[in-house]
Design a protein around this ligand. Sequence first.
Ligand code: HEC
Length: 94
Amino acid sequence: MKKYRSLHTISLGLIILFSIITMSSMNSCVPSKAVAAKTGVQLWSENCQRCHNTPSPTTFSPEIWETVGMHMQTRALLTEAERDKIVEFLKSAR
Ligand code: HEC
């Protein structure tokens, strides 16, 4: 019986240890404040190539980039602020 009790203590300790490790690694899921500080160029280079080649800013006229921005905002699940930054960059870089 005594043997079982110490096993129990060890496994309880392991469970607590793993919970602490899991909880500390879950912190990485919280969006960092750095995201809000990202520029349009950064957001464009990080997001638009997840599904296809990153489109060059010269591909479309500023008017078309507005439409593409709205379309790709829903595809890429971007916030409005992120979309605006990317579209601003695409329009200005031609
Ligand atoms: C989640 C996947 C995904 C992401 C991320 C994504 N796209 Fe797309 N994109 C697509 C798909 C799929 C199409 C093909 C048209 C359609 O069915 O929507 C497309 C088509 C396009 C087109 C062709 C014209 C159009 O509007 O259909 C352009 C330009 C474009 N994407 C630009 C971008 C830009 C700029 C970004 C970054 C803000 C981006 N995409 C991010 C999936 C994505």
